[in-house]
Ligand binder design. Structure first.
Ligand code: ADP
Ligand code: MG
Length: 212
């Protein structure tokens, strides 16, 4: 066993077994640096290039903390686009294969609201979505975020470039202040720094330049 293996982390046996079966053995550098802090419950800002394995870092943190017996929305992941939200939801499903009865729901624009509202009525543990549609559901009272314990902003730089700042603020206002906030980004412009200062508590900053 190498120090770089997932098995060095305090993860549920079901998660470790699954990681092995899908061929994730060694952690990528960003996972090595961020996961110990994420699993310790800290707020974390992680900056790394596309393809560095950021998704698994926050998904494993979310899944380790999640109580599947408590059928409430415990984690919210915000992504800039529907394609990215679909990719994240797919990674959640892959990494959660051994966690039975886990319900992951994707809420993005460009899809009729009716079926989404129906799915929300049936409940979920994890929501992955785009800011506009998430805000829409909040305003319609079809989405309640009062039980969210983990908030993830994925590709935060892109969300800000796309002008989602106010929408993000409106969403975050509905999430309990006592939560873990994880922010992932390929770049770290001053705008992100100021957002992080407002929405995170004493964040750990992790930066990885290369993917190897
Ligand atoms: P990022 O969000 O940083 O752009 P992704 O999370 O999409 O990167 O990961 C890129 C690819 O690497 C994905 O196909 C993912 O399945 C794979 N991957 C991530 N972590 C590992 C790992 N520890 N071992 C093997 N493959 C991994
Ligand atoms: Mg990513």
């Amino acid at each position: 066993m190498s120090l770089l293996d997932f098995s060095t982390l305090k993860l549920k046996p079901a998660l470790l077994q699954n990681l092995e079966s899908i061929g994730y053995t060694a952690m990528t550098p960003i996972q090595q640096q961020s996961l110990p802090h994420i699993l310790a419950g800290k707020d974390v800002i992680a900056q790394g290039k596309t393809g560095s394995g950021k998704t698994a870092a926050f998904v494993l943190g979310m899944l380790e903390k999640l109580d599947v017996k408590r059928f409430r929305i415990q984690a919210l992941v915000l992504c800039p686009t529907r394609e990215l939200a679909d990719q994240v939801a797919q990674e959640v499903r892959t990494l959660a294969r051994t966690i039975h009865n886990i319900k992951v729901l994707t809420l993005c624009g460009g899809t009729p609201l009716g079926p989404q509202i129906g799915s929300l009525e049936h409940g979920a543990h994890i929501i992955v979505g785009t800011p506009g549609r998430i805000e829409d559901h909040i305003l319609r009272n079809t989405l309640k975020l009062e039980n969210v314990e983990t908030l993830v902003l994925d590709e935060a730089d892109r969300m800000l470039e796309m002008g989602f700042q106010d929408v993000l603020d409106a969403i975050i206002e509905k999430i309990p202040a006592q939560r873990q906030t994880l922010l992932f980004s390929a770049t770290f412009p001053p705008k992100i720094e100021s957002v992080a200062k407002r929405i995170m508590i004493d964040p750990v900053m992790v930066q990885v330049e290369s993917t190897h």
